[in-house]
Design a protein around this ligand. Structure first.
Ligand code: AMP
Length: 417
């Protein structure tokens, strides 16, 4: 048997209603906040991610699915959506028509991480971006949109963890302070952090290696090195979050795994999954669009992982069980073509209907109808057909009705309203 690639997963038919609910709720919530959908491709030129996410990040260094196309060009399956979204914004000059653009996309991302519960190599994200605006209200609104997606899906026990990673000037100053601090521990840091010490020391704050985490605990905080405008921006974001009643906590060591963030960074944490498996995260990027060849305007966005959202939804939820409106049971050889024809009429009338042609006995048909959770069953027996009639059973009340064949669709439509 040829099996799945490690870390990839199938969304099976029984999982689909739950999955579809998550996708629909995320899209509806974002539309309510003024976002419009956009769908960039899942593969881009490798340099887009190198330039966008940053060369000295775990994602770019270790996790990308990169390969050489037949013409020698290096291509990469997207590890995240923001870079591709902003590439499209720049390439199609979308800001010319709409100087503040609110867009979202939903689709698969690919990272070659070590698979574990809730950690896959292909996983889905809903990703939302506001480009062309730098108001702190926008930051709070974006955090509120992420929070609303989660609560509309039914998640509880959420905490928004926020931080400010400052602007490039604050960060340049902080970098020196952080390097001064880390210097004493250079031999104790993991290989990655030691290697990134010169060009990207902030990565050490994000490192999951136990000793690095310990060292980071005593490190100076970027919040103590923000300039006045970054500090007041961060304060305004917090004030706005309080106005909306969004639960948040300042997490001063959070820098997130991507290099493009400036000022506000945030993660959505669920009590049960904990910090290492955040459900979502995002932040402001004030120079990413320019870096990718677009105009010099900032933006802010977030991504929420759909698998982790789905983990919070119960398997027993009646909203996600299979169901069909009508099951048609043909009881006899003459009834079969009639069932075939009636099914077609029902579907054309917008009624979800199904049958099993190979099933013959009433008992077996009703068992299938139960499994399909049909609300009504049309029973066609040869004798009834002689009289041009069928029996319709309401599966909830167990009531039965005799209906003329030509009235079946109207009866079932009427019974629906
Ligand atoms: P990131 O783009 O790393 O900030 O991730 C945003 C969200 O995507 C996370 O909070 C997760 O919900 C989800 N996510 C990231 N990586 C994975 C993964 N390997 N498997 C499943 N979900 C993931």
């Amino acid at each position: 048997m040829i099996t799945l690639i490690k870390g990839f997963h199938d969304i099976l038919p029984d999982d689909s209603p739950r999955w579809e609910f998550i996708v629909r709720t995320a899209a509806e919530t974002l539309r309510r906040f003024g976002f419009r959908e956009m769908t960039p491709p899942i593969m881009e030129r490798t340099e887009l991610f190198e330039r966008g996410i940053g060369e000295l990040t775990d994602i770019v260094e270790k996790e990308m699915y990169t390969f050489e196309d037949r013409n020698g060009e290096s291509l990469t399956l997207r590890p995240e959506a923001t870079a591709g979204m902003l590439r499209a914004v720049a390439e199609h000059s979308l800001l010319r028509k709409e100087p503040v653009l609110k867009v979202f996309t939903i689709g698969p991302m690919f990272r070659r991480e070590r698979p574990s519960k809730g950690r896959f190599r292909q996983f889905f994200q809903v990703d939302a971006e506001v480009v062309g605006d730098d108001s702190p209200f926008t930051d709070a609104e974006v955090i509120a949109a992420a929070h609303a997606i989660m609560t509309n899906i039914g998640a509880t026990g959420l905490m928004m963890e926020i931080n400010s990673v400052g602007c490039p000037e604050c960060r340049a100053r902080y970098r020196v302070v952080l390097q001064d601090f880390l210097r004493a521990y250079l031999t104790e840091l993991c290989d990655d952090c030691r290697r990134r010490y010169e060009r990207n020391p902030l990565r050490a704050l994000d490192c999951k290696v136990a000793r690095c985490e310990e060292i980071a605990r005593d490190a100076p905080l970027i919040l103590d090195h923000l300039d006045e405008s970054c500090r007041s921006h961060f304060q305004a974001v917090q004030d706005a979050l309080r106005m909306l009643g969004i639960p948040y906590r300042i997490e001063p060591r959070m820098v997130r795994g991507l290099d493009y963030y400036t000022r506000t960074a945030f993660e959505i944490v669920h009590e049960e999954l904990g910090r290492s498996k955040a459900v979502g995260g995002g932040g402001r990027y004030d120079s990413l669009l320019k870096e990718l060849g677009g105009p010099d305007v900032g933006g802010i966005g977030f991504a929420i992982g759909l698998e982790r959202l789905s983990m919070g939804l119960s398997d027993d939820d009646p909203r996600f069980t299979r169901s069909i409106d009508v099951y048609v049971a043909a009881l006899g050889d003459r009834a079969q073509p009639e069932a075939f024809r009636i099914l077609d009429l029902l579907r054309k009338a917008g009624i979800a209907a199904d049958t099993r042609y190979s099933t013959k006995s009433l008992k077996a048909h009703l068992k299938v109808a139960d499994r399909f959770r049909a609300t009504r069953v049309v029973m066609l027996g040869d004798n009834e057909l002689e009289r041009n009639e069928a029996t319709i059973r309401d599966m909830n009340t167990k009531e039965q009705f005799t209906v003329r064949i030509e009235n079946i669709v109207a009866f079932l439509q009427g019974a629906e309203s």
